[in-house]
Design a protein around this ligand. Sequence first.
Ligand SMILES: Nc1nc2c(c(=O)[nH]1)N[C@H]1C(S)=C(S)[C@@H](COP(=O)(O)O)O[C@H]1N2
Ligand SMILES: [Mo]
Length: 537
Amino acid sequence: MAQQSSGRRFIVWAALAGVIGGAVFLATAELFALLLARSASPILAVGGFVIDIVPQPFKEFAIATFGEYDKIALLAGLGLAVVIASAIAGILQLVRPPLGVIALVVAGALSTAAIVTRAGVTALAFLPPLLGTIAGSVLLVLLSRRLRAWRVSTLSDDAPDSAAADHAAAPTAADHAAAPTGVDRRRFFVLAGIAGVSAVVVGIASRTVSMAVASVESIRSALRLPAPGTTVTVPAGAELDIPGLSPLFTSNKDFYRVDTALTVPTIDPATWRLVIDGMVDQRVELTFQDLLDMGIDEYAITLTCVSNEVGGELVGNAMWLGVPLRDVLKKAGVKSGADMVLSRSVDGYTASTPLAALTDDDLDAILAVGMNGEPLPLEHGFPVRMVVPGLYGYVSATKWLTELKVTTFADDEAYWTPRGYSAKAPIKFSSRLDTPSIGEAVPAGRIPIAGVAWAQSVGIERVEVQIDDGDWMPATMSTPINDDTWVQWFMEWDATPGTHYVAVRAVNKNGDLQIEDRAPIAPDGSSGWQRSLIRVT
Ligand SMILES: Nc1nc2c(c(=O)[nH]1)N[C@H]1C(S)=C(S)[C@@H](COP(=O)(O)O)O[C@H]1N2
Ligand SMILES: [Mo]
């Protein structure tokens, strides 16, 4: 009797272990879907698959029965099915291992198939369900192993002679812990509790954030920005047509992204507010519409990250839509004595920008709402960010902006200042070789050497190229849009077989030569001339 009731009891705990394994699977998949591939939620993909395959009469029945709650009913039904199926998997794993894990892997494979066959998925969409399957399987194995150890210890307590011989799943050496029943039971419940609670917390939090992202994504795609008052004229000859050379404007999808945000902040422009306070005549609060009503114009500005190494990719050029920051600050009235604006993002990130860079009439420091003909992408600061020509991003280009505090460098400090980076950081002007790329084998003959060079707010005067130890030769430059954007440059080269060094350097419009000495990115940006080894065959 005692043995039978305890056997039934273990079936219940095995079912619980299965449900926890299933929950860990879904939670892990949701977390990685949020981080890597938003469309890769197993529950939603399987739900979508069910909607697609269910026959029309059944759909009509569902709509007639549940009305507008039909999708919620579907998801609830799916949730119930997942609970039942994973409970069965848990029981199987206890009585016929490894059938439970096999069932979980099959479910993982099916949901992966449901995900990757849906429209609009990214290349990484297979990863969340795969990682979920692995995490869920590991948990299921660990939990049923602990459960078996616990069962073995009760069996030996109840009937020392009969051991577990009548059980199909004979305990393995690993299952045996020469410990009393209470310890094995505790080991099972501790793991079950930690895994169960973590799965619920991580799963719900990830799904909630994913839904917030999806909802702001749809608000963003419905948003129509007003036409700019003034537009930027891109002069003829501004863009060279050379394979391998960076395009004049970097597309939003190729634009580098650097920030401290683990998940992208989600802000509805309807509730967004910008507060201008600190050393001002009056505190001002602006809505998104207030900002648009100030009139938006086009600005072409190249953005550079302080973490960009010589020859690096953390630089991009965009056509921004926005409002001059000096006009925004004028609304509040800046008090004398202030020398810095501490800009703050919704996620608490801050940047310290010299006040003069934002009030200078000759400098186009802006609050941007548009990027390359679209509202700012979520990753690039939707709905409003700063862009300041001539300063590295970390001291000027605050995304998801919420506050401009007029203050002093003596009184306030930005996010990166106590972390080893300078409070003030003008961009060190630089030049980069794009093609031929390093390590690429190029055929001998006449080929273009080409790249970009930038000196935001000053402008590039000329770019020079050196082959091996030869003389520095002037490269041909594209026609600059303005002094705030990069220029493209190129030179024809009669490449002879062998390995060659190609070096590049720039001179800005003040007549300064690009710094030759190598400097690391910290504390205020890298310097040095790029010199690349090119293989000619
Ligand atoms: N809110 C917020 N804004 C931020 C950052 C950040 O971490 N958080 N990083 C800055 C840095 S270091 C750079 S180089 C630029 C990069 O902007 P991008 O990601 O649009 O290219 O954003 C700046 N704005
Ligand atoms: Mo940066």
